[in-house]
Design a protein around this ligand. Structure first.
Ligand code: ADP
Ligand code: GLC
Length: 489
């Protein structure tokens, strides 16, 4: 197959460093740069949320007229800048009514009632932007439900301008599908024939992700294991049969890591830098975390960290179930996260009763996330499902051994410790039970206390691993080259 340099439109609802609620932003900030390194001409588009200071961006002359069916035409402004340390342009769709709000998708946990219109508007504006820039995409790459209708829009309402564009939809999380009232079909302006159970329709409403899966030329997930899992009832969130029907265009491509950002030898957030062969800095980082969280400052007790959304997905219920038992043992735990209110309250109570052994920070802090990765001995990620998971991969680089459930990207990136063979880079359990989690944590703690040599050898193996965006970009490129062929016969 001959390789072509491609024009790529890459859309995402969040992009690092401009707005982030989770790993999607990390991916959208890094993958386009790796694709550009392969010679592709790529532009990234995201909404200009209120929190993004437009005085730091460049204003693009002109405005985009976006037709929204019964809502009439809405006019959007456009701003631009480059992704940090790159030549990749990112464009921001600016519309006060749609995006000038406090949250990205919700206000303090309450989803905005017009998210359907907001992301139909954003998706359409991305296409209008291409027209304004005279940028003819060979590939339109959409991410998650927010922009999942792009393959459908480009093949219907916008077919005149985008008939030769191949489309890719990356699923970062199947739990969030974008379910809405069916009236939004009129706002999409695609015609009601697409509202059927094989495409957009689900339970007499709209399902953006389902529609995207039906119309995209390729669908990708962020690990190979997750591509398999979502075809089963346990992980399919009701879409397993729909996904099975489209399995021939489904590919799993593991995320990479931005090692400029997540690397203990250059990390500017952490108290002291370190690397293989010079782990004194890690001990200093551990002390700093114990001081920050007012724990007993001791080098001889394992410090276990958790960073992540307080959501069922992350196994937060399992952690809540075992935490009191664990804190009776020779170990310390620190947690950083926010989300489900019950979890925030519950862990605050645990914190109040276990000072000296348990530390909690409710909120969002990039700095603390890096410091926890650096200062802990073990990292807890007992997810019920995990499409890829980034924190366990960051943990590896910091020699902070992950304790994970064997699902999705956790299973693809973590190899279980095998004492006899001297292999593995973490500790895994199969079933999402409290016993499974408790016993695995205690296994890891036991190795920490009683087999220092094996523990340190495992840290070294973990730190040597490399999950490169360049490798992932090559795999995306293969998918692109494969799907464009049908448009360039
Ligand atoms: P998900 O996207 O499902 O939330 P990932 O592991 O892919 O899970 O990515 C989560 C990202 O968000 C990581 O970069 C992690 O460090 C970050 N993160 C999550 N919660 C917090 C928090 N409370 N403070 C700082 N960073 C956080
Ligand atoms: C999602 C998933 C997470 C993945 C991230 C980036 O939010 O929950 O597992 O790492 O997207 O692809």
């Amino acid at each position: 197959m001959s390789e072509r340099k491609l024009n790529i439109l890459f859309t995402a609802a969040e992009v690092v460093p401009f707005a982030k609620t989770g790993g999607l932003a990390d991916v959208a900030g890094a993958l386009p740069k790796a694709l550009a390194k392969l010679g592709h001409n790529i532009i990234v588009v995201m909404p200009r949320y209120y929190q993004i200071d437009k005085t730091k961006l460049e204003h693009v002359d002109g405005s985009l007229g976006v037709t929204m069916g019964p809502m009439g035409t809405l006019w959007a402004g456009v701003y631009t800048t480059k992704l940090p340390d790159s030549d990749v342009s990112i464009y921001f769709i600016d519309h006060e009514q749609m995006f000038g709000r406090r949250g990205l998708y919700d206000d303090n946990g309450k989803a905005y009632g017009d998210n359907d219109n907001r992301f139909i508007f954003f998706s359409k504006a991305s296409l209008e932007l291409c027209k304004m820039l005279h940028f003819t995409p060979d590939v339109i790459h959409a991410n998650d439900w927010h922009t999942a209708i792009l393959p459908l829009l480009s093949k219907t309402r916008y077919v005149h301008d985008f008939r030769n564009a191949a489309t890719v939809l990356t699923i970062h999380n199947l739990q969030h599908q974008g379910h809405f009232f069916k009236g939004a079909v009129d706002v999409m302006e695609i015609g009601w024939s697409h509202f059927n159970p094989h495409a957009l329709e689900s339970l007499d409403g709209l399902n953006f992700l389902k529609g995207g899966i039906a119309y995209a030329d390729a669908v990708t997930t962020v690990s190979k294991r997750y591509a398999q899992e979502i075809q089963t009832p346990e992980f399919g969130f009701g879409l397993e049969r729909h996904i099975q029907a489209h399995a021939s265009k489904l590919f799993g491509i593991l995320n990479g890591v931005d090692y400029d950002e997540w690397n203990p030898s250059v990390d500017s957030y952490i108290q002291e830098r370190f690397d293989i062969g010079n782990m004194d800095g890690k001990r200093a980082c551990k002390r700093a975390m114990q001081e920050y969280f007012k724990l007993e400052v001791r080098d001889d007790v394992p410090l276990i960290g958790f960073v992540g959304r307080f959501a069922e997905q992350k196994g937060i219920g399992l952690v809540a179930g075992v935490i009191n038992g664990l804190l009776k043992q020779e170990l310390q735990v620190v947690m950083l996260g926010a989300g489900e209110k019950w979890a925030e309250h519950y862990f605050s109570t645990v914190s109040a009763h276990n000072s000296g052994k348990f530390g909690l920070h409710v909120g969002y802090s990039d700095k603390l996330a890096h410091q926890i990765e650096a200062g802990c001995d073990l990292f807890l990620m007992p997810s019920l499902f995990e499409p890829c998971g980034l924190n366990q991969i960051y943990s590896l680089r910091y020699g902070t051994l992950p304790i994970v459930r064997s699902t999705g990207g956790l299973d693809d990136t973590i190899e279980n410790f095998n004492e006899a063979e001297g292999t593995g880079n973490g500790f895994k359990f199969d079933f999402a039970t409290q016993d499974g989690l408790y016993n695995t944590v205690m296994w890891a703690v036991n190795i920490y206390h009683n087999n220092k040599q094996a523990f340190e050898a495992m840290q070294e193996r973990a730190m040597k691993m490399h999950f490169s965006w360049d490798d992932s970009a090559k795999e995306y490129n293969e998918v692109y080259q494969h799907i464009i062929s049908k448009y360039n016969a």
